[in-house]
Design a protein around this ligand. Structure first.
Ligand SMILES: Nc1ncnc2c1ncn2[C@@H]1O[C@H](COP(=O)(O)OP(=O)(O)OP(=O)(O)O)[C@@H](O)[C@H]1O
Ligand SMILES: [Mg+2]
Length: 320
């Protein structure tokens, strides 16, 4: 099998969600029906690319009944999968919506331990897929060194794939030091990359340019939550505002944004349109509850708004 886009999820999860009227300690709480979703950064990116009509394969380690269910759920959505079978159970996450307050409680359990050999088996699969783009998203599971994404960055260069990474902390820093194609940090992640404690809005463009000049990546799209994103390349920067929408849940906004951008790149769009589509996908994801990603008709509607009115809503805080 060949794929234009491969995603890598080293710490996948079976996401379970339900509702309860009120969360009260010590009482038996009657919950609504349980919903199952395949989760984990790269898997979300795959699901979103699939929705946009892109060709992708999701690669991940899978263990036990949960691992099997994860594959079945993805295949039902038409997401192609290639899993490495591992001992133990793929982790489960639980999210509970308190309907009286609309607050969402998200319980994230420790990931299933995997060995470096098992992670390397995922890379062997990816090599055979000969992808043009490799997207890794999410945390590293227990058992892998914090430098594992650095190895993936070197691997991507080796197989001639453009590497896109969305993770945080030391794992992100180590991979960026190796160099990759596209980074989508939020402000906290950009601070780590730039080696500073905190960034003000008017420092974002310089910080992003600095990491490009240091050879960490070719393109940076700094995501700014409700304020959209800042696209930075070595030749300049541009703010892409996010349309105002009725926010339901921001879960999956970052992954949806990454998916939109990689889909756009693979379609041959410009960096500008790539970032606009990314913001449209990220914002569209906030319009749905829980782990649900976006509806494509919302993406195209928001994209039209960004392309028509974006200029009027640009932040002037950059480059001052
Ligand atoms: N409240 C919001 N209103 C409109 N758009 C939003 C909002 N929050 C997020 N977005 C959209 O989603 C994109 C990514 O969001 P954000 O900057 O919060 O990423 P993140 O911190 O990586 O999120 P995640 O928690 O999913 O990893 C933004 O660039 C924007 O387009
Ligand atoms: Mg994120």
């Amino acid at each position: 099998m060949q794929a234009k886009i491969a995603t890598l999820t080293l710490n996948p999860a079976l996401d379970k969600s339900t509702e309860v009227d009120r969360l009260v300690a010590e009482q038996k709480l009657r919950c609504g029906p349980l919903r199952f979703d395949a989760g984990g950064g790269g898997i979300n990116v795959s699901k979103a690319i699939q929705r946009l009509g892109g060709q992708q394969v999701a690669v991940f380690p899978a263990g036990g009944h949960n691992g099997k269910l994860l594959c079945e759920l993805l295949e039902k959505e038409g997401v192609k999968t290639e899993s490495v079978s591992v001992l133990g159970e793929t982790r489960e996450n639980l999210s509970v919506l308190e309907s009286s307050s609309h607050a969402q409680y998200r319980f994230t359990l420790p990931g299933l331990q995997i060995t470096e050999n098992q992670a390397d088996e995922c890379l062997d699969i990816i090599k055979k897929l000969t992808p043009d783009y490799l997207v890794a998203s999410g945390s590293l599971p227990p058992g892998l060194p914090e430098t594992y994404y650095e190895k993936v960055a070197a691997f991507a260069k080796n197989i001639g794939a453009r590497f896109v990474l969305d993770t945080s902390g030391e794992a992100l820093k180590a991979a960026a030091d190796e160099g990759l194609f596209l980074l989508k940090p939020n402000l906290a992640e950009l601070s780590v990359l730039a080696g500073v404690e905190k960034l003000e809005m008017n420092e974002v463009d310089d910080a992003a340019l600095k990491i490009i000049k240091e050879g960490m990546c070719e393109v940076v799209v700094v995501s700014l939550g409700p304020q959209g994103a800042l696209l930075v390349t070595k030749s300049g920067f541009e703010h892409i505002p996010a349309p105002m929408v009725k926010k339901q849940s921001t879960v999956g906004a970052g992954d949806s944004m990454v998916a939109g951008m990689v889909w756009a790149l693979n379609e041959g769009k410009s960096f500008r349109e790539m970032a606009q589509i990314g913001v449209a996908c990220g914002t569209a994801a906030t319009m749905n509850q829980g782990t649900e990603l976006f509806h494509t008709e919302e993406v195209w509607r928001l994209l039209a708004w960004i392309q028509q009115y974006g200029d009027r809503y640009r932040l002037r805080d950059f480059g001052t």
